[in-house]
Design a protein around this ligand. Structure first.
Ligand SMILES: [Zn+2]
Length: 198
């Protein structure tokens, strides 16, 4: 198999997902901060989310020097999508509310926590969480807790809550193809053994 990557979605040539990636408008602006360790992960779902949303940006790093400018976007309220005891569950925008600049760390919990530690501005942002009971359709990655979502699934759910009744489901299309490809590659049986119900 060719090891040449598509420069846009970073998938190997022949497995490019670009034709499935939508071009969606949102009131919410999404800022994805991706740990460098995630860039070449086979399931780089943050990148799929960033490519499919017109009002989104993905930045790779661990220490983000431009954070003050990135977070200070006129007309937006910056919020960090990350658990905390005082995190507010997301809800639909009120009529007069400015939309959110939704900041989403992308990495394992450990890497994401380290990212917050290294970027005090990030750690100081008010936090928001998804409504309870979100269950991932897929369990290809070691989930830190039951119901943990991939980054693109978390973003779809957040946007659908904030901007109801607008649907952001098309963002999941390339993700679904990616999962199907992974399952096919490893074989149904291995998939069930590794990722099926225990
Ligand atoms: Zn591509």
């Amino acid at each position: 198999m060719s090891r040449i990557q598509c420069p846009r979605c970073l998938r190997p040539q022949g497995h490019c997902l670009c034709r499935l990636i939508p071009s969606l408008d949102s009131r919410t602006r999404v800022l994805l901060l991706q740990h460098p360790g995630e860039v070449n992960h086979a399931l780089n779902t943050a990148r799929l989310a960033a490519l499919g949303l017109n009002n989104a940006e993905l930045i790779v790093g661990e220490v983000f020097e431009d954070l003050p400018a990135l977070l200070n976007q006129p007309g937006y309220r910056a919020r960090l999508l990350f658990p905390a005891e005082d995190a507010q569950p997301l809800q639909a925008y009120g009529a007069t509310e400015d939309p959110l600049l939704l900041v989403v760390p992308d990495g394992t919990w450990r890497k994401a926590r380290k990212m917050l530690h290294l970027n005090p501005l990030l750690a100081a942002l008010p936090r928001v969480t998804l409504a309870q009971g979100s269950v991932s359709r897929y369990r290809l990655r070691k989930a830190p807790a039951p119901g943990a979502l991939s980054t693109v699934e978390a973003i779809v759910q957040a946007l659908q809550t904030l901007e109801a009744p607008v649907s952001f489901e098309p963002l999941l299309k390339p993700f679904e193809a990616l999962i199907e490809g992974q399952i096919a590659a490893m074989g149904e049986e291995t998939f069930r053994r590794n990722h099926g119900p225990k």
